[in-house]
Design a protein around this ligand. Sequence first.
Ligand code: NAD
Length: 257
Amino acid sequence: MNLFNLSDTTEVAKKILQRGEMVVLTGAGVSTESGIPDFRSPDGIWNKYDFTEFATIDALLRNPVKVFGFFKEFLGPLKSAAPNKAHKALARLEEVGLVKAVITQNIDNLHQKAGSKNVIELHGNALNARCMGCHKPYTLDDIENERYGFPPVCPDCKKLIKPDVVLFGERLPDAAIKTACQLSMDSKLMLVIGTSGTVAPASGLPHLAKKAGADIVEINVEPTIITKTTTDFFLQGKAGEIMSELCEKILNEISVG
Ligand code: NAD
């Protein structure tokens, strides 16, 4: 019995063209093929680090030296990472008018590097940083090269300079979550790629879209809680491979039609 509505890219390509446009929700799994580990897979970051000690706002305030050591190890490599086939396919599908927006939980800037224009970042962008006191902008470079000390301190107000990422225990940017909810409610089809669906409120967006009448297509190497509760079409496999196949089929259909 097919428990998870396993689909193929031909069927999904047709559905996307029928619906005419889609909103995309991405998680860490869209970037693992760019060499960036996700959080919860067997090679994921939380198998090496306890997130309560490294990724909460309380941990940062309690032990900034320890948390900034983690930031340098995890965030540093994001600067040189390159977009993979999945990021590129999404950018190409935006170019031809089929992707309305990419809502991402990722902080790695890879959708923008691939050429996507309408990217809603729910958890911030690790290439940027900000003073926790006066909000003056800084960069990841400033943190990495210890220009302002370690942990880095704003020369103006002497408060910590923090990467522009949302830690556990912090609020998401209001504008980003509001836009993401609206896009989800307006969408005719939502494509969900590489998220375990365990981090709220992003995990609620597919459900919101489905309630408003959207078809939910999911790409993941394994079924998730979203697959079991919300997904209509499940494409099992690596995001890069599936997205390039899907993109090719859609572009072929467009050029034939
Ligand atoms: P997660 O680690 O909880 O889940 C990743 C999901 O991706 C899993 O379901 C896994 O099966 C799937 N996956 C892994 N490789 C894949 C591949 N090649 N193709 C398809 N699916 C694949 O990540 P999440 O759901 O995004 O939520 C956790 C948080 O992780 C987010 O808040 C995000 O900010 C943060 N994060 C971001 C990055 C990044 O910016 N690249 C990296 C790690 C974590």
